[in-house]
Design a protein around this ligand. Structure first.
Ligand SMILES: [Zn+2]
Length: 264
């Protein structure tokens, strides 16, 4: 089973949803993360409609900005029960709030009680000039993981550019995972990320993602399984292919406590 735990839609227009649908054809299931561009309420509602039409394959994560949305239990229940979202995505660097902001901490407490996972889309391979890079540092999530040890969360994009901090976080906290979303054309970066994770003995804490539309799962899988071959004539360290394959085939939905629906 292959689950792509990191996909986005360029927009919810039919051309873009068709493109997404085609891209996820090669995987068994995927998480669709709501975008932080545009009005969040509308984004979450429209994403819910799209995911709802592909419930056997897709899981939606609603976008929340805890400093703006002041979400209470009822608001959270509306996102899950009414719209069917099964997790939240937050964009601390892009939205410009500290991951342990007091209002964010209140949100995490509710989310922990509700048993939902959170995807922290803080670090990125392509942050805009306005994003607060400081808030993308994964070590800032240590306070969150210590305060809410039952909260399951994913550090998106391996916390790029702060990969070492991400490895430290996943080795320290049992409910923290990192999303091995790579850029398949950046082979040296991919190699360094995977070797570093292997040497830290945290390959079992990684989940697979493509970051679609930045890349698609097929080319990411090819790059991950193929880079060892580039090193065949060198003495550089390699990573067992089986270990990489385990990341690609990990059931990240189960790991995050998400039940897959077979309805619709
Ligand atoms: Zn992304």
């Amino acid at each position: 089973m292959i689950i792509d735990c990191h996909t986005h839609l360029r927009s919810l227009d039919s051309t873009d949803t068709a493109e997404h649908l085609a891209a996820v054809e090669t995987v068994d299931a995927c998480i669709v993360l709501a975008s932080c561009n545009g009005p969040r309420e509308e984004t979450n509602r429209r994403l819910s409609e799209y995911v709802g039409r592909h419930r056997d394959k897709m899981v939606g994560f609603a976008v929340v900005d805890p400093t703006q949305d002041r979400l209470n239990d009822r608001g959270l229940a509306a996102l899950t029960e009414k719209l069917g979202h099964q997790g939240l995505v937050v964009y601390c660097a892009m939205a410009g709030f500290h991951p342990a902001h007091c209002q964010a901490m209140r949100l995490y407490e509710m989310v922990q009680e509700a048993g939902l996972p959170i995807f922290f889309h803080n670090g990125s391979h392509a942050l805009s000039a306005q994003a607060v890079l400081e808030y993308a540092q994964p070590y800032l999530l240590d306070e969150v993981a210590r305060a809410f040890p039952r909260l399951k969360f994913v550090i998106g994009n391996m916390g790029v550019p702060f990969v070492e901090q991400t490895l430290s976080m996943v080795s320290k906290h049992e409910n923290v995972f990192a999303d091995l979303t790579i850029r398949p054309t950046k082979l040296w970066q991919t190699y360094n990320i995977v070797v570093a994770a292997h040497e830290r003995n945290v390959m079992d804490r990684l989940v697979f993602g493509s970051g679609f539309p930045a890349a698609n799962s097929e080319e990411c899988i090819e790059a991950l399984l193929g880079f060892n071959m580039l090193l065949a004539d060198t003495k550089l360290p390699t990573v067992p292919r089986g270990s990489i394959r385990s990341v690609i085939e990990r059931d990240s939905l189960d790991l995050l406590g998400i039940r897959r629906s077979t309805a619709g």
